[in-house]
Write a protein of this length. Structure first.
Length: 255
């Protein structure tokens, strides 16, 4: 299996604040914030028009901003989002409000499938929904809001979805920003599968002081690739472990 990072905040190809991962030949996890993931895919000889399944992990622009470009480039894929992914979302930047949600005009596109329960999309790929809380969620969530009726409330990220690829030797878990908490994601996967996590890939939305509490759990996982919303200081702490590797635009992961 080959997983290619088409967009991340850093790397030798076109980079932007966001995430997009291509899995094998026909699956796409997130789309960054623009058409840059498509430009990078072309350079890497990946044909976006052949994607059959696409996911947007949660309703933020840096993971689903590329959706209108994907819809133009690809005419066949089913696109999966979590329930309420198209809610209006805002970030509070020290009193300055900034819209960070998806393009609401696209929410009724017939190819977009809204999920309310775990859904198997291929023989070995399942999308997990309703990530239950057993541990604290990231501190960075405290500046992130969504519209509920006619008022702004702290975002609970109930729409966040996770991709699990099941193999004979273990599970490959893909996450966008882990707003529901990376430890909660790991715990939910463990409770729904009777297999070890072989690889964990994506952003963890953590600061340095939060990273220290992950080391013990992360030791149990064979390979971990992270970047995007995992802060640089947090990564410095995580890389004390031999199984931690950086995720950049253009990174290819063979599992």
């Amino acid at each position: 299996m080959m997983i290619t990072c088409l967009i991340e905040d850093t790397g030798p190809l076109k980079a932007e604040h966001g995430l997009s991962l291509h899995i094998n030949k026909n699956l796409l996890f997130d789309m960054g914030q623009s058409n840059s993931f498509i430009e990078n895919a072309q350079k890497l000889k990946i044909d976006i028009s052949r994607i059959k399944y696409a996911l947007i992990s949660h309703g933020h622009y840096d993971h689903g901003g590329g959706l209108p470009y994907f819809l133009k480039e690809n005419k066949i894929a089913k696109i999966y989002v979590g329930d309420s992914a198209f809610s209006r979302r805002y970030a509070n930047d020290n009193g300055s409000w900034r819209y960070i949600g998806l393009d609401e005009s696209l929410k009724d596109d017939l190819r977009i499938k809204t999920l309310k329960k775990d859904t198997k999309i291929t023989r070995d790929c399942k999308i997990l929904t309703n990530i239950q809380k057993f541990f604290p969620t990231p501190e960075g969530n405290n500046k992130l809001y969504k519209m509920s009726g006619d008022r702004l409330v702290l975002d609970d990220f109930r729409d966040e979805i996770i991709l699990v690829i099941e193999r004979a030797d273990g599970l490959i878990v893909l996450t966008g920003c882990s707003h529901r908490g990376i430890l909660n994601i790991i715990e939910n996967v463990k409770r729904r599968y009777n297999k070890p996590i072989k690889a964990l890939i994506g952003g963890f939305h953590i600061k340095a002081k939060e990273a220290k509490g992950l080391l013990e759990k992360f030791e149990e996982i064979e390979e971990i690739y992270t970047g995007h919303c995992t802060s640089k200081k947090a990564y410095k702490i995580l890389e004390r472990l031999d199984n931690i590797k950086p995720l950049h635009t253009g990174t290819r992961i063979k599992i």
